[in-house]
Write a protein of this length. Structure first.
Length: 493
């Protein structure tokens, strides 16, 4: 089967682009051919070198490649992904007419490059003269927890009023590829794809990311309602997502388009059996690297011997460092446990968003006298570092303020065999039901109940062992990327 895949280049969609990359890789391994376009900026679909993603690479021998100067034959004999960025953000950021925006695009792209915009589409903050000019670009591509009128305008232009030249480029690639299925890795891409030639190709879309777009003030639901006749199937990461995020969508598009739940999965071969000693060494190496940059996040075990009988019970928190992810709730639970003389330690890691919620966390840690018991690690540079964090910990905690309906971090903890404590909302209940242990769920936003569940894990090595065994079984049977791709192979109703 040939699948035309559209992914989002907006980095604030977080796990969405990770799952898109994994799904593309696994679909290709199952024998499908993919042509991938990333909308707005580069998405990390090529972060897996064994996935054989190439920019502008050739398809199967005998087909033609659409190049910038026309169509040329290609006969390399090896199928690799074709990948291209379409509708680059630099042409949509200025609030102006299309000709003006196109004229300004080279300068905007140069500004993005000056402040750290890479070929992967990341844009970082910067001190100095370029900071003000690029702050809105940073917000547009990386997002934050607030609604920004500039960002809403940018996203509206990009997603809902895509320039006709970019629509034609998508048509050109699609005519070349002749797909059997169109697949949008984010529902917010559907209005754009609905403007493509109607060639009778089923359109399947993942129900993720779109709620972040319309919360930013983009009139996405209205646009989806206008193009619902082109949408054939909705895929969701969990039943909770269907219950919690799709009602608004259903009100806009009607009840007739079916939705299926396909749980998120992670790479089965992702170093999840990393020895604990190696994991600790990797984290210590990361600490040394950060310390050299003046950003030492402290001794991971508070000076205790990590192999000795008096080492602390380490709990890992891993998510985007944003207010809705609730890392500060775990601080309150930690404070309760410290007063109960439980030797518990908290590692907080995850990508930092604009507005620096990390500053808020640092202030709370100091205010609650937890400096000696918390490591604010921040962004983990590689997926191996993420595995090391989980493997070196004793438990994983999720303290989401807003219901988390997808749960990538849960399945990563399952893969690492790390006992999970999570809220009784969102995806956690159905995921833990697959494990066979739901006793570590706590009442959402109840920090006292959260503290009790963590104490329960600390006091019961047998419970930790049962959870780890059940999670690893669930990971191998259901929550891995290959199972996700097999279950979620896009098809029409």
């Amino acid at each position: 089967m040939r699948i035309f895949v559209a992914v989002s280049g907006q980095q604030w969609l977080g796990g969405l682009t990770l799952q898109s990359a994994l799904l593309c890789r696994e679909l290709e391994r199952l024998g499908h051919e993919l042509a991938i376009v990333s909308v707005g900026a580069d998405a990390p679909v090529d972060q897996f070198p064994y996935g054989r993603v190439r920019h502008g690479a050739s398809p199967t021998a005998g087909h033609a490649v659409v190049a910038g100067n026309g169509v040329r034959p290609e006969a390399t004999g090896e199928y690799v992904f074709r990948y291209e960025v379409v509708a680059h953000a630099s042409r949509y950021i200025p609030s102006a007419s299309e000709p003006v925006r196109r004229a300004l695009a080279p300068a905007v792209r140069a500004a993005m490059s000056l402040v750290g915009g890479s070929s992967r589409g990341h844009v970082f903050g910067h001190r100095g003269w370029a900071a003000a000019a690029t702050a809105s670009i940073y917000a547009a591509l990386n997002g934050n927890s607030t609604t920004d009128t500039f960002e809403a305008g940018f996203l509206s232009r990009l997603l809902l009023s895509t320039d006709q030249a970019d629509i034609e480029r998508l048509n050109e690639i699609r005519r070349w590829f002749k797909p059997d299925i169109d697949y949008a890795c984010d529902l917010s891409l559907v209005p754009m794809l609905a403007r493509l030639e109607d060639r009778g190709i089923p359109l399947v879309a993942a129900a993720q990311g779109f709620e972040l777009v319309y919360r930013r003030g983009v009139k996405l639901l209205e646009a989806l309602g206008r193009c619902r006749h082109r949408l054939d199937l909705i895929l969701s990461g969990s039943e909770a997502n269907i219950r919690e995020n799709l009602p608004d969508l259903r009100a806009a598009i009607g009840p007739d388009i079916p939705a299926r739940s396909i749980p998120y999965g992670v790479l089965a071969e992702g170093d999840w059996d990393m020895p604990v000693q190696e994991a600790r060494q990797r984290l210590n190496a990361l600490r040394a690297q950060r310390a050299a940059q003046g950003e030492d996040f402290g001794d991971l075990f508070g000076g205790a011997d990590p192999t000795g009988p008096h080492r602390p019970f380490v709990v890992a928190s891993l998510s985007r460092l944003d207010v809705e992810k609730g890392a500060d709730l775990t601080l309150h639970a930690l404070s309760v446990l410290r007063r109960q003389r439980i030797p518990i330690r908290l590692w907080i890691a995850g990508s930092m968003m604009p507005g620096s919620f990390m500053d808020v966390l640092q202030g709370k840690v100091r205010m609650m006298d937890l400096t000696e018991h918390v490591n604010l690690i921040g962004t983990l540079p590689t997926s191996i570092d993420k595995v090391a964090l989980l493997r070196a910990s004793d438990a994983f905690v999720a303290s989401f303020i807003r219901s988390e309906p997808l749960g990538l971090v849960y399945t990563e903890a399952f893969a690492a065999g790390l006992p999970v404590v999570g809220p009784d909302s969102g995806a956690a209940p159905e995921l833990m039901a697959e494990v066979g242990e739901t006793g570590t769920l706590y009442a959402e936003n109840d920090t006292g109940a959260l503290a009790n569940r963590l104490r329960q894990l600390y006091e019961s090595p047998d419970l930790r062992r049962r959870l780890a065994e059940g999670e690893r079984r669930a990971f191998h049977e259901r929550f891995n990327a290959t199972s996700m791709a097999r279950a979620g192979r896009p098809h029409a109703r």
